[in-house]
Design a protein around this ligand. Sequence first.
Ligand code: MV4
Length: 443
Amino acid sequence: MQSLLIANRGEIAVRVIRTCKEMGLKTIGIYSEADSNSLHVKLADMSLCIGPAEASKSYLDIPRIISALEVSGGDAVHPGYGFLSENPKFAEIVRASGKVFVGPSPETLELIGDKIRAKEVAQRVGLPLVPGSEGPVDFQGAIEVAKKVGYPVVIKAAAGGGGRGIRVVHNEKELREKLPLAMEEARVAFGDPRVYIEKYLINPKHIEFQVLADKYGNVLVLGERECSIQRRHQKLIEEAPSISLKEEKREQMERLVAEFCKEIGYEGAGTVEFLMDEDENFYFMEMNGRIQVEHPVTEMITGIDLIAWQIRIAMGERLEIGEINRRGYAIECRINAEDPNTFLPSPGKVEELYMPGGFGVRIDTHLYCGYSVPPFYDSLLAKLICWGSTRDEAIKRCLRALNEFNISGQGLKTNVEFHKRVLSSREFQQGKHHIKFVEELLL
Ligand code: MV4
């Protein structure tokens, strides 16, 4: 492999390009008409404009991306996160073009995209599940299951995930009303009306395990990340390790996660997602077959470049990382272009930019002074990742770094102040936060 096309934009395109350069790979960028001034276009060895601003006609348009791959002569595609990263058809077409897809096989993507099939595998390897339906439910089945496990319950679309296609219901009347709507919604959104039922857990934590798996059945679990600070399924702060998890439990979960990955023939970097209740009970939710936004917190405590390993695995290299030494704590704050009051996106031109630095501070961003943040894509501007030898040190370093941040320009607003508020809160500092914390904080 000599060259790699990055089928993405923003900070993750920059992140992938940086590692490629260190590995001696030629980088090919693609961009929409709204992104011609993007940093990834400036950093890539060559770039191709693939279409207009709308993602459906550029970053989500498979034929246009495959054409760019052919024209540029790239050997491989890195999909980043979002866009086509977990699309089995895209992975299949890249493979059929004789190119390397940096990620799991189309078959594996298909499997984990079906949350019902993924849960069946999880059950088989002994991962704990939330009490609920076994497989998809019809109207009568749903009512029976809900009666058995008790309300509230959650209706989830088999083809959903990441918070898409989920609905909480509190009693039988509401279930009878919402179930047909949920099925219809799932059919329209995903072309798959199947739904399943789970008991709704109250105020759990979101904990996910990072894995790397090669083509030869070797699986490495690189510990967990806690991602409970979120709003409307958009994560805002992530950290590793979780302070709510004892070493024995961590090791037990890592063994089960490795079994799960072996069972599905997983290849590449992936994340297995759980909810955890106050008694350290884990419940399998889903697997994500991509690199995630929050991967740097794992990199910061393990010293392992996850993007480099994604690429090496795709090239057929063996996972040869002996003992992984984990050290200290890392916290990531997602700096978004959004109004601090309404949380609505507030893109604009970056006129002043000062970014923090110093010991234990990492920033992954595509921003530069004079760059105009386009309104067409997600509002992530930068990720501030701080390391500390203790969690308290990591929190203090994050707060210090946030105080140094200055991103300003016409119309541009950020959530820097929000992060200071969360990191200063007693709940976060004591590790008592859960997935409903931000909602409660804003009340
Ligand atoms: C749940 C739940 C409570 N009980 N399942 C949303 C995203 C998807 N991966 C799983 N989700 C949830 N599933 C049961 N049985 C609560 C959520 C949930 C959530 C999970 C993780 C992070 C943020 C969340 C926000 C709202 C709901």
